[in-house]
Design a protein around this ligand. Structure first.
Ligand SMILES: NCc1[nH]cc(CCC(=O)O)c1CC(=O)O
Length: 312
């Protein structure tokens, strides 16, 4: 095989891990294939001190990578599915979803074993409105303090004593070798994950059928069907991981079970909906659960969040 595959990736430790993972899987599936990394800085990486909802919402982490694909400076872009917008630029698409890592949120602390063990008034670090809403709904006595940055930065801030605990995606911690920092996994019942959390997706040019064929062995159909249902819900609510929307699909035999949640950031109200459907109807299932949330008033909650963030 003469062709080289160039992988566009962000430079954070987690992004590089994911790109190296895809590189290794491609080389394993296609002995002799040349695979290289093209690391780049995204707008989201440059603006680390503002809540994501306030600095222009979706796509903050993927735009530069997509430009590289469109300008033929790279052949594939590796993303955390949680951060991938619902729509793709003309000429690009998502052609591969790899097997999902643990999708749950993780409780990390140097003092306490779980959310329930936190004394009243404890300070919990997160900048995810989804995590904040669900935590405050259960524990209105806790204080949420803003925390952004890559995984290493967040752990360093915890270690510096700025927080009693922080919440991170288990997947990122596991991938970077920080599994032992996880004091407990937070169940989907207590913290419904973000759509796509724990899954790595690969974007490439829609016309590049040679690359599509090379990616095929990395595609994981079970993960893909779950993530398709979750993304359909997000799309119907016009949401991403920067808004208080959670959704999580599981396979039960040939059926998908999709749960969705929209919450007020202060945890005052959590709307929940769920449904089951055959896996081939993943997209319709996402729309159905989103509609059930809209019927309960999700649009008003989301409009309020977007209003505060200063963009529609
Ligand atoms: N929004 C940042 C982001 N995007 C993906 C992950 C973790 C890994 C994953 O979900 O695949 C994280 C960090 C976090 O939420 O703790």
């Amino acid at each position: 095989m003469s062709r080289e595959i160039r992988i566009a990736t962000r430079k954070s430790a987690l992004a590089l891990w994911q790109a190296e993972y895809v590189k290794a899987r491609l080389e394993q599936a296609h002995p002799g294939l040349q695979v290289s990394l093209v690391p780049m800085v995204s707008r989201g990486d440059k603006l680390l001190d503002a809540p994501l909802a306030k600095i222009g919402g979706k796509g903050l982490f993927v735009k530069e990578l997509e430009t590289a694909l469109l300008e033929n400076e790279a052949d594939i872009a590796v993303h955390s599915m949680k951060d991938v917008p619902m729509e793709f630029p003309e000429g690009l698409g998502l052609f591969c979803i790899c097997e999902r890592e643990d999708p749950r949120d993780a409780f990390v602390s140097n003092t306490f074993d779980s959310q329930d063990a936190l004394p009243a008034g404890s300070i919990v670090g997160t900048s995810s409105l989804r995590r904040q809403a669900q935590l405050l709904a259960r524990r209105p006595d806790l204080k949420i303090q803003f925390l952004r940055g890559n995984v290493n930065t967040r752990l360093a801030k915890l270690d510096a004593g700025e927080y009693d605990a922080i919440i991170l995606a288990a997947a990122g911690l596991i991938r970077l070798g920080f599994q032992e920092r996880i004091r407990s996994f937070i169940s989907a019942e207590d913290s419904l994950p973000a759509g796509g959390q724990g899954a790595v997706g690969i974007e490439c040019r829609s016309a590049d059928s040679e690359v599509h064929a090379l990616l095929a062995p990395l595609h994981h159909a079970d993960t893909a069907d779950r993530v398709i249902a979750e993304r359909a819900l997000n799309k119907h609510l016009n949401g991403g991981c920067q808004v208080p929307i959670a959704c999580y699909a599981m396979l039960e035999g040939n059926d998908l079970w999709l749960r969705g949640l929209v919450g007020q950031p202060d945890g005052g109200r959590l709307l929940r909906a769920e449904a089951r459907a055959p896996r081939q109807d993943a997209e319709a299932l996402g729309v159905q659960v989103a509609d059930a949330l809209l019927k309960q008033g999700a649009a008003a909650i989301l409009a309020e969040v977007y209003g505060e963030a200063g963009h529609p």
